[in-house]
Ligand binder design. Structure first.
Ligand SMILES: Nc1ncnc2c1ncn2[C@@H]1O[C@H](COP(=O)(O)OP(=O)(O)O)[C@@H](O)[C@H]1O
Ligand SMILES: [Mg+2]
Length: 374
């Protein structure tokens, strides 16, 4: 600590002043022993007790692990340990738990306090309850996901309108034929053929409409669903759009009974964003080679890996991860740049992740999600 500019009188009573400052701080203050492997609370201030519901009696002598729980970000805790092991200052955020078991978002920093020999004596930590800010952030995210869903609905409506033209034409032609046959001699076999045709076409239209209705349903975050069925439903909905754009989709999907926990419709939003981005890339590069999107799944221990690979020319932004940033788009006024930002948010919420790399003559997105067999 640099005390050069502090008047001598004040410096003398600094010990007492510091304690007063810690005691009356609006932020929670915690001091633990300097043992990285097993730090123990030796001081907590009143703001800490108010934030967590623990009294000093409850908490002194305990390990900070007492504050952790199922939603705690253990990557953040690992980063913290690494910092402390090397005697560095740490600054991070995670979810912690109060005495009554309720969760709160906390932002905290930790600094080592060294003794005269340079050994770590204590760790001092300043902590702030940032639940209201996080809640606002979560609500903004929800809004963005919703906006992105509206954009996807627009895309799908277009595809479905295209898709319905052909069966509607076929039904109309069949009806005209039947009308004409009524005036003449009815050929029963031909008539039956036409009626079967109409039934087939309406069944197909029904499938698309059901898939679309499923997608319109509000997101249910805690359902269990089959990712393979979700992939197939999205491909049904986008079929015509992909055909019109001369894109062949080849799938290598496992038939196994794999399930994922989370929102099926948000997962579909992820797929839609990736597929329509590939389509846009083919069109932007005016790719003449055989346009192909490959979708493959591979189940690993406790996880499902989904790869979506195109040959549309790849991603030129550097670093390539920039594509996941909010508002990053190379499509001028045709793009919003929220697609992949939302994709990442959705997958993170499902405790998964997504990465991208250029492979061959295109982009490859790899999704990893926790999965289990039914
Ligand atoms: N499959 C792909 N091939 C090439 N570039 C891609 C691909 N997917 C995404 N991108 C790039 O990432 C950017 C961000 O995508 P996204 O977040 O969906 O926003 P938007 O589609 O509105 O531009 C795109 O503008 C594009 O430059
Ligand atoms: Mg997009």
């Amino acid at each position: 600590m640099n005390t050069k500019n502090i008047p001598a009188q004040i410096e003398k009573s600094l010990g007492q002043l510091s304690l007063l400052a810690l005691e009356n701080s609006f932020n929670a203050v915690v001091i633990t022993t300097g043992d990285v492997k097993n730090p123990i609370f030796v001081y907590v201030n009143a703001a800490f007790c108010a934030m967590t519901g623990y009294s000093r009696k409850d908490i002194l002598g305990k390990n900070p692990k007492i504050l952790q729980g199922s939603e705690t970000d253990f990557n953040e805790i690992a980063r913290l340990k690494e910092c402390l092991n090397t005697g560095k200052h740490f600054h991070g955020a995670t979810v912690n738990y109060k005495k009554d078991g309720s969760a709160y978002d906390v932002e905290w920093n930790i600094s080592p306090i060294f003794d005269d020999e340079g050994k770590i004596n204590y760790f001092v930590s300043f902590q702030k309850d940032i639940t209201p800010q996080k809640e606002l952030q979560r609500r903004n995210e929800e809004l963005l996901i919703y906006q992105s869903k509206l954009a996807s609905i627009g895309e799908l409506m277009n595809s479905i309108a295209h898709q319905w033209k052909q069966p509607l034409n076929a039904i109309s032609l069949a009806a005209q034929y039947m009308q004409m046959s009524l005036a003449r001699n009815l050929d029963k076999t031909k008539l039956e053929e036409k009626i079967s045709g109409i039934i087939r076409q309406t069944e197909f239209m029904n499938t698309t409409v059901t898939s679309f209705q499923n997608f319109l349903r509000p997101a249910d975050l805690n359902t269990s669903f089959s990712p393979l069925r979700a992939i197939n439903e999205i491909l049904t909905l986008l079929k015509d759009d992909l055909t019109v754009n001369r894109i062949k989709v080849s799938c290598a999907l496992e038939t196994a009974d794999i399930s994922i926990k989370g929102s099926e419709n948000e997962f579909k939003q992820v797929l839609l964003n990736l597929l329509t981005n590939a389509r846009d890339a083919f069109n932007a590069n005016n790719s003449g080679t055989e346009r192909e999107i490959k979708i493959s799944t591979l189940s690993k221990k406790g996880h499902l890996e989904i790869k979506i690979t195109d040959n549309a020319g790849g991603i030129s932004s550097s670093p390539i991860d920039k594509v996941f940033e909010n508002s990053f788009s190379t499509k001028a006024d045709k793009g919003t740049g929220i697609g992949l930002y939302i994709v990442k948010k959705i997958l993170k919420r499902m405790k998964g992740d997504i990465a991208v790399e250029n492979v061959g003559n295109g982009a490859q997105f790899t999704i990893v999600l926790p999965a289990y067999r039914e």
